[in-house]
Write a protein that binds this ligand. Structure first.
Ligand code: AMP
Ligand code: MG
Length: 344
C-alpha cells in the first residue's frame, strides 16, 4: 500500500487536504493524524472493517479497546451516555483536551463492537489540536484512534515515527510536526460517582480533584500484580529495542551501573536530562528535557527512546523522577518501557 503524506502547519494549510482525509475516512481507510498528545491512527468508528484495519496495521491485540474521537460533546450522544453529573462536570471542565472519558455505551450505539472490545463502556475524547479538530468537524464521523505506532513500540510524537512503524501499512499520514504534550491522554472512568484514573496523563489527579473534589487511582496502577481496569495497561508498551532499566538514587549511582555494564563488555546508553549530561560517561548519553520541568521530559520521551534504536546499544539506563503532578504519567510510561525493572 502506498502511504500518502500530507504536510500541514498547525494553523495554515489548504482545507482541501482536510477534505481529502475526510473522504479517506468515509471510504473506510486508515489515516494517522496529529493530536496534542501523540499521533493517532484514525478510522471510522462505525465501520467494522475500517476498525479491523487499525488493529491489523498496529498488530494490536483485539481485546484492547480504542478511544473514540469526536469534535463536540453532543456528538457523543450517538454512542455514549454523558448524562451523569460526574460525566457532565468532567466534560465541561476538561474537554477539549488531553483526557479520555470512560462512559457507558448506549443501546442504540452505532459503533463497531471491535472499538470497545465487547465492553459495555467506551473511551471518548475531544482533542484540542487544531488539525485534529478540523478533521473531526469535517468528517462528522466518530473516529477511533489509538496511538499510531506498532503495538509495543513507543508512541509517535512525530510523523517520521508513524512512518518508521507503519509506512506501507496505512493509507496516509497528516504531518503536523511534533506533538505538544508527548504522552497519551489521561484515561478517567466517569461511570461512577468518583472519577477513577485508569491511565495517568498530562491532566493530573490534582487538576481533577480541584474540579470534582475527589479522585481515585485504579488499583492496577500502583502495583504490578492486580489486574488493571484499562485493558491496554496490561501490555508491554513504549519499549525501545534494547532493555531499559530505571536507576534509583543519585547520578553517581547511575555512573556505577554504567561502569558495571561496560565492564561486562556491553555498550551502554543513558537516558537523562540536560542537567546531568556533563556528569555522565557512557557510550551514548541522550538527553530528554529539563529535570525541573517535567513537561519537557514527557514531551521528548518517546522521540528519545526511539533514538536509542540508532545507537546500537546493548542496554539503556535511565534516571527516575518524582511522581507528583506531571511526574505520575512520566514514571508510569517509563516503568512500562522498562518492564518494571529497577536497579538500586
Ligand atoms: P491508546 O489509544 O493506544 O493510547 O490506548 C487507549 C487506552 O484506553 C488503552 O489503555 C485502553 O485499554 C484504554 N481504554 C479504551 N477503552 C476503554 C474502556 N472502555 N475502558 C477502559 N479502558 C479503555
Ligand atoms: Mg497506544
Amino acid at each position: 500500500m502506498n502511504t500518502k503524506i500530507w504536510t500541514v502547519q498547525s494553523t495554515e494549510y489548504p482545507q482541501s487536504i482536510i477534505n481529502e482525509v475526510a473522504t479517506f475516512f468515509q471510504e473506510g481507510k486508515v489515516v494517522a493524524f496529529p493530536t496534542e498528545t501523540v499521533y493517532g491512527l484514525g478510522a471510522d468508528a462505525t465501520n467494522d472493517e475500517a476498525v479491523a484495519r487499525i488493529f491489523e496495521a498496529k498488530g494490536r491485540p483485539s481485546d484492547n479497546p480504542l478511544i473514540v474521537h469526536v469534535s463536540m460533546p453532543e456528538q457523543m450522544d450517538e454512542f455514549a451516555d454523558r448524562g451523569s453529573p460526574l460525566a457532565q462536570q468532567m466534560i465541561a471542565a476538561f474537554a477539549p483536551g488531553p483526557i479520555s472519558f470512560i462512559l457507558p455505551v448506549t443501546e442504540t450505539s452505532m459503533l463497531s463492537t471491535r472499538v470497545t472490545a465487547g465492553l459495555s463502556t467506551v473511551a471518548v475524547r475531544i482533542p484540542s489540536h487544531p488539525v485534529a479538530r478540523n478533521l473531526l468537524e469535517s468528517t462528522q464521523l466518530p473516529i477511533a484512534a489509538p496511538s499510531a505506532n506498532s503495538s509495543g513500540k513507543p508512541s509517535p510524537t512525530r510523523a517520521e515515527h508513524v512512518l518508521q512503524d507503519l509506512q506501507g501499512r496505512i493509507a496516509g499520514v497528516v504531518d503536523g510536526g511534533p506533538t505538544e504534550e508527548g504522552i497519551e491522554s489521561t484515561v478517567v472512568d466517569c461511570t461512577g460517582e468518583v472519577p477513577i484514573i485508569l491511565r495517568p496523563g498530562s491532566i493530573t489527579a490534582d487538576q481533577i480533584r480541584a474540579v470534582i473534589g475527589n479522585v481515585e487511582l485504579d488499583a492496577g496502577l500502583t502495583g504490578v500484580t492486580s489486574a488493571p481496569k484499562s485493558p491496554g495497561m496490561k501490555y508491554t508498551h513504549y519499549a525501545p529495542d534494547a532493555p531499559l532499566y530505571l536507576v534509583e538514587g543519585e547520578i553517581k549511582t547511575l555512573q556505577v551501573w554504567i561502569d558495571r555494564f561496560q565492564g561486562e563488555g556491553k555498550r551502554v546508553g543513558v537516558l537523562t536530562t540536560v542537567d546531568s549530561k556533563a556528569d555522565l560517561i557512557a557510550d551514548a548519553v541522550l538527553t530528554c528535557g529539563q529535570r525541573g520541568d517535567i513537561a519537557t521530559v514527557a514531551k521528548a520521551l518517546y522521540d528519545t527512546l526511539r533514538q536509542f534504536n540508532e545507537q546500537n546499544v546493548d542496554v539503556i539506563l535511565c534516571e527516575t523522577f518524582p511522581e507528583d503532578g506531571a511526574g505520575a504519567a512520566l514514571m508510569n510510561r517509563l516503568r512500562k518501557a522498562a518492564g518494571h525493572s529497577y536497579l538500586y
